[in-house]
Write a protein that binds this ligand. Structure first.
Ligand SMILES: [Zn+2]
Length: 377
């Protein structure tokens, strides 16, 4: 048997042209063709196989023509011709499909190499989250939105007029010195009020709002502010504020106290107490600083058997500034100070985030360290 496989098929002369004999000879040819096709594994082998069967000179098909068709008696020519044509088709198709099989085999191997290994660990796409400062700023704004305030924003590069003058900081007023302003260079040729600077507080948005809106006004203005402070654990040249302004008829200091007391309870919990004591801001009169009872020691001033370090044992933490809008400010925005009154307040977002989340260094908010930030996700 082994020996027979190695002997290549050759076309023999026909002696019998009966349909039965033709059929038998055809079956022998096809089975030889199929057996040979199965043994082909490379393209080089396939080329030899193709030429052996289809070469114009001495190919099996050429021999069929010579030995079967040409030698057939006239009476059988038609039958033999049909048979030879069928066999030609069969040979061509088998040669083609043999090539497809060995090339297909190669591409299967390629697919194998590219196949997805479902047991490998996947590529993780971590979900983003709000930065703690954005989160805190939105929380503060939403407390006031629930009280009917709308949110206003303004430019970070301001003129001297909006940042100082219209807020009742006259030129050369000593209160300007407390703001450590970063000025834009080469503005000296302009009048003072038009010179550009990085806003030192969000209060300019109050002026811009009152210029375009008549009372009643209730707005909160969240945003980024800049001061010429060297960075350390409690200072940053960039920080954020949320400023608030309410102007209407008959607004009193009582409304201010009630509003901020509610806001502090909403932010830090209902057991938090507030207290107000006198302060100074050029754009409010009277002005006050607001303290909340220490959220770490519950206002007792001591905890864990010792002094509370967060409130320095006082039981209170200073948190924001506020006051009744100075009537001089209304003069800049064409409000009638005899008819309207209002209050303003401002708070540092980082300061509130530090307290809420127990962060000990303000720089952490700006370093972009994922190990820090992912704790807020
Ligand atoms: Zn305390």
């Amino acid at each position: 048997m082994t020996k027979r496989q190695n002997v290549a098929y050759t076309v023999s002369k026909l002696t019998d042209y009966s349909p039965e004999a033709l059929e038998k000879a055809s079956r022998e040819l096809i089975s030889a063709l199929n057996a040979e096709s199965k043994s082909i594994n490379t393209e080089a082998e396939w080329k030899t196989f193709r030429d052996r069967w289809m070469a114009r000179k001495n190919g099996v098909l050429a021999s069929l023509n010579d030995l079967w068709l040409k030698k057939a008696p006239a009476a059988s020519k038609r039958d033999v011709g049909q048979r030879v044509n069928q066999l030609k088709l069969e040979v061509e198709q088998t040669v083609d499909s043999t090539l497809e099989r060995i090339q297909g085999g190669a591409s299967t191997a390629r697919d194998e190499a590219e196949k997805v290994d479902v047991t490998l660990p996947g590529i993780r796409h971590p979900l983003g989250a709000e930065h703690p400062i954005t989160k805190t700023m939105n929380e503060i704004a939403s407390v006031f939105r629930n009280l009917g305030y709308s949110v206003e924003e303004g430019p970070e590069i301001e003129t001297d007029y909006y940042n100082f003058e219209a807020l009742n900081f006259p030129p050369n007023h000593p209160a300007r010195d407390t703001q450590d302003t970063l000025f834009i260079a080469n503005q000296e040729s302009k009048p003072l009020r038009d010179r550009l600077l990085l806003r030192t507080h969000t209060s300019p948005v109050q002026i811009r709002t009152m210029e375009k809106m008549k009372p009643p006004v209730r707005v909160v203005c969240p945003g980024k502010v800049h001061r010429n402070d060297a960075p350390d654990a409690t200072h940053s040249p960039i920080f954020h504020q949320v400023e608030g302004l309410a102007v209407d008829t008959n607004i009193t200091f009582c409304d201010l106290k009630g509003t901020l007391d509610h806001a502090m309870k909403a932010l830090f919990g209902s057991s938090v107490k507030t207290r107000f004591y006198p302060s100074f801001f050029p754009f409010t009169e009277p002005s006050a600083d607001v303290q909340i009872s220490c959220i770490f020691c519950g206002g007792k001033g001591y905890r864990d058997g010792g002094r509370c370090p967060n409130c320095k044992a006082s039981g209170w933490i200073e948190l924001l500034g506020c006051g009744m809008v100075d009537p001089n400010v209304y003069g800049f925005v064409n409000y009638d100070s005899k008819k309207v009154s209002g209050f303003a307040f401002g708070m540092g977002v980082e300061r509130i985030a530090i307290l809420k989340y127990g962060v000990d260094d303000i720089q952490l908010f700006f370093q972009g360290d994922v190990r820090f930030l992912e704790q807020f996700a």
